[in-house]
Design a protein around this ligand. Structure first.
Ligand code: AVJ
Length: 323
């Protein structure tokens, strides 16, 4: 048997802790309260998200998978990559298709999954090391928004950012992120982007407010994370899950709405947070895109789109760009 996969960790407990403290302080003392979506993903949150991807209403994962099933061969050939770097890899479920394609193309050498959740990262890496015993797997526990320049430099890389996670960033952060990504890539390396497309708002809202309430539990999980990590006393059940489509920004917003007046104590920060009845806390934006807009954003960062695909219904897009 092979040596266990070693996780390179840029997120020591102190770093994570400081980032969480910073985000909670900033977000919960703002006039309009908000929290960044990355704190959804502890072990429970990652499991809930995995359940979301199997919900009837949540189409993005299935659509992206269907594009990958059809096009991974072309993507592998066009990229000529030997190393796959995956940002926000989570359970790496879709990755297998890309790895298989690179293997068939005869180029596959390494895989670097990058994720903030060390537990999920480790188990995904372990699972893949069984399927691909010769693959050089170097998992990196990192925040891809801050650590792009510290990714392993080995090989000719294809950096994949799948699932539509780019939609979690506001336009200004997206521009910064894409520029930094461009700076981290060498000529000849590529960027594979999965993005959810603008569509009927009713379908969008349903995808983020499923009948079973899985997304609602996922949303409330961020409060449980804060309770545990920062000794806070949020009552998750006192908040209602809200999903709205903002037509002007073309993004979904997830919020948690206080069902009554509340005072929440965040012990680790010595912070009291007051909620009025009906007050909303924004927990996520999930932007929806148009192909031309994506092309322009990539172009502005110096990345040229080489291939672009959508599923037959035009719900989701995969773009391969070159540095
Ligand atoms: C993992 C960010 C792509 O925005 O669709 C799913 C997260 N939030 N349901 C998305 C999510 C609510 C998901 N991403």
């Amino acid at each position: 048997s092979r040596t266990p996969v070693k996780v390179i960790n840029h997120l020591d407990r102190d770093h994570l802790r400081q980032a969480l403290e910073h985000d909670v302080t900033t977000g919960l003392t703002a006039a309009s309260k908000w929290l960044p979506p990355k704190w959804f993903y502890d072990r429970t949150g990652s499991e809930l998200f995995s359940r979301i991807t199997r919900l009837r209403e949540y189409y993005p994962t299935r659509r992206e998978l269907s594009i990958l099933r059809q096009r991974s061969g072309e993507l592998a050939a066009a990229s000529a990559a030997d190393t796959l770097v995956e940002l926000g890899s989570g359970t790496s479920e879709k990755t297998v298709l890309l790895l298989e394609a690179l293997k068939s193309a005869g180029t596959l050498h390494g895989y670097t999954p990058v994720d903030v959740d060390a537990v999920t990262l480790e188990s995904a890496a372990r699972r893949l090391s069984v399927t691909f015993p010769l693959l050089d797997i170097r998992p990196v526990c990192a925040d891809f928004e801050c650590h792009l320049s510290r990714l392993p430099q080995n090989g000719r890389r294809m950096v994949a950012f799948l699932g539509g996670t780019i939609g979690n960033m506001e336009p200004a952060s997206r521009a910064v992120f894409l520029k930094e990504l461009h700076a981290a890539l060498r000529p000849g390396e590529s960027f594979l982007l999965g993005a959810d497309l603008v569509k009927d708002p009713a379908r969008l809202v349903a995808a983020y407010d499923d009948a079973e309430g899985v997304t609602a539990e996922f949303n409330r999980n961020v409060l449980r994370v804060i309770n545990r990590e920062l000794r806070a006393d949020f009552e998750p059940e006192a908040f209602t899950h809200v999903a709205v489509y903002d037509e002007r920004h073309e993004w979904i917003e997830m919020r948690l709405r206080a069902t009554r007046r509340m005072r929440v104590w965040v012990d680790a920060l010595g912070l009291a947070v007051h909620f009025a009845e009906g007050e909303e806390l924004r927990t996520e934006i999930s932007a929806k895109f148009r192909l031309e807009g994506l092309r322009a954003e990539l172009q502005a960062a110096g990345l040229r789109v080489r291939r672009h695909y959508t599923d037959p219904d035009g719900d989701f897009a995969l773009l391969l760009a070159a540095r």
